[in-house]
Structures are given as structure tokens and as C-alpha cells.
Write a protein that binds this ligand. Sequence first.
Ligand SMILES: N[C@@H](CCC(=O)N[C@@H](CS)C(=O)NCC(=O)O)C(=O)O
Length: 241
Amino acid sequence: MGIILGYWDIRGLGHAIRLLLEYTETPYEDKQYSVERKGRKSGTRPDVIQTRFGPLTIDPEFDLSQWTSVKEKLGLDFPNIPYLIDGERKITQSNAIMRYLARKHKMCGETEEEIIRIDILENHIMDFRVSFAELCYSPDFEKLKPEYLEELPGKLKLFSQFLGDRKWFAGNKITYVDFLAYDVLDQQRMFDPKCFNQYKNLQDFFDRFEALEKISTYMKSSRFMKSPILLKNAKWGNEKE
Ligand SMILES: N[C@@H](CCC(=O)N[C@@H](CS)C(=O)NCC(=O)O)C(=O)O
């Protein structure tokens, strides 16, 4: 049996995993769960999902039952999505999935310096991802957006400095954190299309990544999902472009 990736039918935490599966030419089933808008009466108990930034209560208008009806039945230690099933192996936590796939293809860094850079970036990217998701799911989105945009160049500058004149974030060889960085930085580019204007090395990084043969083929295929980035209850990134 091949690999099964289970996730919402959104980009979210699944995007970097899907990109890595495609890049490594790993056959996989992209098992997507949909959030339905209908079929739920208002006034019923809302679903709560566990996100990186804590529990997120979903308005009863949205029906998560495609996922919640199977959540406890898959034999996952800590039931959540994304999950990856590879035969007997059942893995949750997006970065555990990334590392599992990357280890198979020696994409976890080789030297101590590369591994330290990977560890730093993997965790920093998650902090960055979470702060952006918090903004997008916030009821105060419109109020908080200007401050986020004001602080964004300073945050991107740190990524630009960290990359420096390297080809990839860890060094000369592509590693799984490049997939995470690509995803999260690309979301910023979609949010504020001009935000990379002053960061030539990050623009070159986007181009280099998108020019990878397997990535470019995937991006042209019907399997590729640029959006929606977030669930339907988000204030931004919740629509298919
Ligand atoms: N720390 C987890 C967070 C997973 C997570 O936040 N999953 C969200 C979607 S991005 C979800 O909807 N979980 C479903 C649930 O809690 O039942 C990871 O990195 O994989």
C-alpha cells in the first residue's frame, strides 16, 4: 500500500508536505477532507480543532464531520491533520512528517552547521506561520492588518540575511526546510505582493525553487493547490483564487 496523506482540502500545513512528496516522486494518495458550509443547523455545538496557536472554535455553520467522524478511528497516537500513513507507520505533526520524508531522501542536512541552520529555520518558520494564521483567523483582522504589514519588511529582512548568498537555506543542497520556507514566504507574497521587492536573494530563491523540474511540473498539474490557504472561517486566504 502506498503513502496516504490526510489533510483538509486547503493548502495550510499540507502544502510543504505535498511539495516534498512531489519533488521526491513519492507515490501518494492525497486524501482531502472538506469543510462543508451546509447541513448543520445553527445553534448546534461548535467543533474545536487543535491548532498550533491553541484551540480554534469553528462556527456551527461549518461542518467538519468529514474529518471528525474518522479522527479517532485511524489509529493515530495524537489524532490530528495532517497525518501520513506509510504502511504500519502512522505519523502526525506536520514537521515530523516532513522530517520522515526528508530522511528517506537525505534532505536533512549533512554537516553540523547545516543541521543547526535547519533546526533554527524549521522552528522559526513555524512561529512565523502561526503568527500569520493568528492574524488571518482573528475577528480583529482588519484592525491588526496594518500593524502586521508595517512589521513584515523587518521580518523578511531577517530571512534575507539568513539566506545570504547561499543557494538553499541550509547551504548548497536543498533540504526540507526550503519547502517550508517557500510555502510560508509565498503566503506573504500573496498577502502583500510587493513585500519582496527589496529582497533580491529571496526573489531568486522563489525562482530557483519553482524552476525545479518536479516542482514546476506539479505546479502546472491539476493536483496543485495554490489556494485556499486557510479554512473557510479565516478572514483572509479562505477562498480559491
Ligand atoms: N501541530 C500540528 C497542528 C495541526 C493543526 O493545527 N491542524 C489543524 C489544521 S492546520 C486542524 O484542523 N486539526 C484538526 C483537529 O484538531 O481535529 C501540526 O503541525 O501538524
